[in-house]
Design a protein around this ligand. Structure first.
Ligand code: XMP
Length: 519
């Protein structure tokens, strides 16, 4: 693939590192996150326009990282240090960092003391501007050659620079939305200080990506497991552009799909995208394997295993199958999550399922055209590839499907009930023109029955809950504030139209502390 100007983000374990990389990408600059331990070896072999040092939950309290700073300066690489990253620069260059008396957390207004190329189009000298801080430490003595550009009422050195060496340090977090001009600040650093052209966009990614796939697959054949989600479809369309009908797609009907999902996906592929696709009916296989299983992690593992079994069976027994390449819609967040980053290891909240393990077992090579992209970039790429909008705008749907929306044991009957309720909820959302305003909406069927009265009779049926959230990337989520009229109407429709449900709740849990899915 054509070489792009690259920024490296050294990760020291901040929860915001991914947001820094999102911000850089939004400025049309390509970036990669690397664990801080790997930064120097990475830039020894790759061209690097600049380095951004992330924050960290830790304090800078020894000299073990000093060599990172001195090496970057020796190489004349522009540096932007954020919070801990900034304090690291100061410590390495013999300035002083101390515990703040009054801890700054949340919004803090900074006062600009001197002009700087870093903010000349957004902030003026004498003005006070909102930023977002989260720290206990701050810089009390600057190293030689550095100047303090901004302060708050309680601390100095909120923005500092060594303009000759192209080093900048920020006490606040420009990457979070609570710093309103933060992205412009990062853009200035990238374009005006690191001299990046902004050569990263989905148009060039598309043509370069197609070229790369053509080279990788040559005159071979590839197969792609389609989930009905956006990622696998964009990966498949991109591969199809590269190798045409030598790509064959497989849709596994797990029985855990939404209302009409299989037929919609099949008609999209056959009629609109012209890609060869086959649907394997594996409902029995999945339901048998999931019989009486109630533990969420076990369900996920079983569903993942079933996918592999079905796929493997297809690959080994289908006489027309001759593919030696497997296309997968792996995204950059999956790549980041699977590498050991600078911080402490995350606990597994949920094991997200994919078809991992398959390529080795089947002796296939992986083709992963989206490995470098975030979810919203995938949607933009999908647009470049002319995939219909209504498909690209679909809400995310988890790989294990309805299997993780039915707490307790899963049965075909429960899936049918859930599908019907979910279809009504989505129908109402669409009718009220709310679909594009909501990040994800769905129904969860609860393992609880309650008594009701229907007509003249008693009912004893399942309860379900509606769930709708807004989110940027699924990492945090806010509850969508429906009107009471909407909720009342939707609940009434579900109770009247879905046999098996007689009570509807609305889930008011944010993430954190909840997760978006129930299992
Ligand atoms: P949670 O429930 O972890 O979900 O807050 C965050 C986002 O990820 C989706 N999700 C999954 N997607 N395989 C997927 O492809 C999975 O196993 C999986 N689990 C959750 C979820 O729908 C939400 O968008």
């Amino acid at each position: 693939m054509k070489h792009h100007q690259t920024i490296f983000i050294a990760d020291f374990g901040s929860q915001f590192t991914k947001l820094i990389s999102r911000a850089v990408r939004r400025c049309n600059v390509y970036c990669q996150i690397v664990p801080h331990q790997k930064l120097l070896e990475t830039i020894a072999t790759q061209e690097c326009r600049a380095v951004i040092l992330s924050g960290s939950p830790d304090s800078v309290n020894d000299d073990s990282q000093n060599h990172i700073i001195t090496t970057l300066i020796e190489k004349k690489i522009p540096i932007l240090g954020i919070c801990y990253g900034f304090q690291l620069i100061v410590k390495a260059l013999k300035g002083k960092v101390a515990l703040t008396q009054k801890r700054e957390f949340g919004e803090a207004h900074i006062e600009i003391l001197h002009p700087s190329i870093l903010y000349d189009n957004i902030w003026q000298v004498g003005g006070a501007y909102p930023t977002w801080m989260s720290h206990s430490d701050h810089v009390i003595d600057l190293p030689e050659g550095f100047i303090c550009l901004a302060r708050t009422q309680s601390i100095d050195n909120c923005i500092v620079s060594h303009p000759d060496k192209h080093i900048y340090g920020l006490q606040f977090h420009p990457e979070v939305t609570h710093t309103p001009q933060g992205i412009t600040l990062i853009d200035n650093f990238l374009k005006k200080i690191a001299n990046c052209k902004g050569d990263w966009n989905m148009k060039s990614y598309k043509s370069e990506g197609i070229e790369k796939i053509s080279q990788q697959i040559g005159d071979g054949y590839a197969i792609c497991a389609i989930s009905g989600g956006v990622d696998s479809t964009v990966a498949a369309v991109m591969t199809h552009e590269a190798i045409g009908d030598r790509l064959h797609c497989l849709l596994i009907d797990t029985g855990l799909m939404r209302h009409n999902e299989c037929s919609q996906v099949l008609s999209l592929y056959r009629q609109k995208l012209n890609i060869s696709i086959e649907c394997i009916d594996a409902k029995e296989h999945f339901f048998n394997a999931l019989k009486d299983v109630t533990d969420p992690e076990q369900k996920r593992k079983i569903i993942g295993r079933c996918f592999i079994e079905i796929f493997e069976n297809y690959a080994l027994n289908c006489s027309t199958h001759k593919a030696s390449y497997l296309v997968q819609g792996t995204l950059y967040p999956d790549v980041i999550e699977s590498m050991a980053l600078g911080g402490k290891k995350n606990v597994t909240i949920k094991s997200h399922h994919n078809v991992g393990g398959l390529p080795e077992r089947l002796k296939m090579s992986l083709v992963e055209p989206l490995r470098e992209l975030f979810k919203d970039e995938v949607r933009n790429l999908g647009q470049e590839l002319d995939i219909p909008q209504e498909f690209l705008k679909r809400h995310p749907f988890p790989g294990p499907g309805l299997g993780i929306r039915i707490p307790g044991a899963i049965t075909q009957e429960k899936c049918n009930i859930l599908r019907a309720a979910d279809a009504i909820f989505i129908d109402e959302i669409k009718k009220n023109a709310l679909y594009d305003e909501i990040w994800q909406a769905f129904v969860v069927l609860l393992p609880v029955k309650s008594v009701g009265v229907m007509g003249d009779g008693r009912s004893y049926e399942y309860a379900c809950t509606l769930r709708a959230v807004n989110s940027h990337d699924g990492m945090t989520a806010e509850v969508y504030p429906f009107s009471a009229t909407f909720l009342k109407h939707t609940a009434t429709r579900i109770i009247n139209e879905v046999k098996g449900i007689n009570r509807v709740l609305y889930d008011y849990t944010t993430k954190p502390p909840g997760t978006i899915e129930w299992e």
